[in-house]
Write a new protein. Structure first.
Lengths: 541, 82
């Protein structure tokens, strides 16, 4: 293993970083609208993105730096179980195909910017909308923190910061990366990550194609790679006496594998940042067309996961599995190309971090600030608050990463997935039916949140007492399953039962401001505006 | 309000769309059908290449669903305006 600073790699890394910084600041002039002082403009890019921009934006924010580091890291550590990311991303697209066009239509008809806006409009309940907003913000924060962890992993391997004993020198590179991110998100809004996503995806595709051809050749082919991996996983874990991993999941792991894939797929498009990217597209057709080209990323993810096996075969030995892939790149590639690979991961962290902070800021501004603090806020005022909050969210994430142990960020991310899944009955249920009662939805949400949090708290692993994993025995069923999905089922049952009870008691229903036709309206139909009046009037693309 | 008689909700095309969208769930959640190492393909165990193959299959299925849906919508729009 090399030690010290890798100068060439660092140089290449800095070059790409500077390039995207320039792009980020220039982005505000790209497809510029006449009125840039509104939230719609800053936070949804004027809702004007076509198929390809949406593809880059969605891909840029669903496949994050953390994904690129964590998925192969999981494979490196545990083998087959880590591959759940592939079925998970396969299942996401039929779901998007079915649900999100309806959300697009109703949002564009009524000017909703967030999922909470929709829930409030559909069920006439500020409380339910607040619950959805808070869940979204809570789930997004650790996600942003993990992006910074991804950058840190790359910097560590390049020999920058990391090992220095002085905390300021150690964290300086991360602080700089962070400042750049904050500055251009603030000035350019959603346009910045959309443009940078082009660079990011280009780099990542290049790196993966090279890695998947070059590394197996150097290691003697996939036969040798999997033979080495099989050997490693067959070793016994001293703590449990069982093999540490497997090349194919055993019978005990299959329920866990399936529920994790399904639960993660359901959770993914509930995240505020995937909704933000979806709503910024030009028409409902753009969304559906995207589901036919987005799986290209799943293929990439699958290939990337295989890198975890290559790291084993290449003899990469790191204590922190998160460093396995950056270390593999440094060991296998010439310095300059390792720099390109690190830049891909680093930029891959900036794009989603920007989109996530914008999404969280939108939620706060629309559904907490405007609904509860300042109901008379003007669009320009909203945009100003949102920009400030996006900054605060990022500072919060940074503080998280700098002050707490990395495992804390990962624990919270795990909880975030469980939490965000609990907004599904209100959101997806609401897209198709008004039958659910708003109080029942709120009670179901609370039940799911509580169960999920406590269940995850109680999972121990060899290294930690709490939050040791996201799978646990499903009560009354006996199989190990993903906690998020179990909590979701509990949530749904509570919602259905209480809806019957509340309807029998004739509890007051909220006012529904939407009509059935709103859910199928498309761009060009009466009353559907691409841009929202009056804030973005005149912005035609 | 438009006064045309609405076409039936369930049509053969829509059934095919539904099958295209549901098939990946059946295939991927039925883990025991593919949790094995053999047969390997260019050295990659079955478990991995089979799931990667499903990325391509599900893409093709979504594409079919998309095309059918577009045709369905276009037909309905024409039917409504005539």
């Amino acid at each position: 293993m090399k030690t010290g600073v890798n100068g060439v790699a660092l140089g290449v890394f800095i070059f790409f970083f500077l390039a995207v910084t320039v792009i980020g600041f220039m982005a505000s002039r790209w497809r510029k609208a006449e009125n840039e002082e509104s939230l719609d403009e800053w936070g949804l890019g004027g809702r004007s993105f076509g198929t390809w921009v949406t593809w880059f934006l969605l891909g840029g924010d669903l496949y994050t730096a953390y994904t690129f580091v964590a998925v192969p890291a999981l494979i490196y550590a545990a083998g087959a179980a880590g591959f759940f990311a592939v079925p998970y991303t396969i299942l996401v697209y039929p779901l998007i195909f079915t649900f999100l066009p309806r959300l697009w239509s109703v949002s564009h008809k009524h000017g909703y910017v967030t999922t909470s806006d929709f829930v409030r409009g559909r069920f006439g309940s500020k409380g339910l909308s607040l619950a959805v907003a808070v869940t979204g913000i809570l789930a997004t924060m650790p996600y942003i923190a993990l992006q910074l962890v991804g950058i840190q992993a790359v910097l560590d391997v390049m020999g920058v910061g990391g090992e220095s004993s002085n905390w300021f020198v150690k964290d300086l590179p991360l602080l700089i990366a962070f400042a750049v991110l904050a500055a251009y998100t603030y000035s350019s809004g959603l346009r910045a990550p959309a443009l940078i996503a082009f660079v990011k995806d280009g780099l990542i595709y290049l790196v993966i194609i090279v890695a998947i051809i070059y590394i197996p050749i150097k290691l003697g082919g996939f036969d040798d790679i999997f033979a080495a991996a099989g050997e490693k996983f067959a070793k016994l874990n001293p703590a449990t006496g069982k093999p540490i991993g497997a090349l194919a999941p055993g019978e005990a792991g299959q329920w866990g594998y399936a529920t994790l894939a399904l639960g993660s797929a359901l959770a993914l498009f509930m995240y505020p940042h995937s909704i933000t990217a979806t709503l910024s597209s030009r028409s409902r057709n753009v969304i559906r067309r995207n589901t036919t080209i987005l799986p290209l990323y799943s293929l990439m993810l699958g290939l990337l996961a295989l890198l975890g096996f290559m790291a084993i075969a290449a003899g990469v030995s790191v204590k922190n599995p998160q460093l396995a892939i950056p270390q593999l790149f440094e060991n296998m590639f010439p310095d300059w190309f390792a720099g390109v690979a690190f830049a891909a991961i680093g930029i891959g962290a900036l794009v989603p971090a920007a989109i996530m902070s914008i999404a969280a800021a939108n939620l706060f501004t629309r559904n907490i600030y405007r609904d509860f603090i300042r109901p008379d806020a003007t669009p320009a005022h909203e945009a100003k608050v949102s920009k400030l909050v996006s900054l605060l969210v990022k500072v919060g994430a940074l503080a998280f990463v700098l002050t707490m142990d990395k495992t804390v960020a990962i624990n919270f991310q795990l909880l975030g997935g469980i939490w965000i899944l609990q907004t599904m009955p209100a959101l997806v249920g609401g897209l198709f039916t008004r039958w659910f009662h708003r109080w029942a939805l709120l009670a179901g949400w609370a039940a799911g949140m509580l169960y999920g949090t406590f269940a995850a708290f109680g999972v121990a692993s060899p290294t930690q007492k709490h939050f040791g994993g996201s799978s646990k025995e499903i009560p009354g069923f006996g199989e190990i399953g993903y906690i998020g999905l179990t909590a979701f089922v509990l949530n749904a049952v509570v919602v259905v039962v209480l809806t019957f009870v509340l309807k029998a008691l004739k509890a007051p229903e909220g006012v529904d401001e939407t009509s059935p036709a709103d859910y199928t309206a498309d761009a060009g139909d009466k009353g559907v505006q691409i841009d929202l009046p009056p804030a973005t009037a005149g912005a035609t693309h | 309000m438009p006064e045309e008689k609405p076409p039936p909700v369930v049509t053969p095309a829509r059934v095919i769309i539904a099958i295209c969208l549901i098939a990946p769930f059946v295939a991927m959640l039925w883990v025991s059908s593919y949790a094995k190492v053999d047969p390997a393909f260019i050295g990659i165990p079955f478990f991995y290449w089979y799931q990667m193959l499903w990325v391509l299959i599900s893409t093709a299925l979504t594409m079919i669903a998309y095309k059918l849906w577009q045709r369905d919508q276009r037909a309905r729009k024409e039917g409504a305006s005539s």
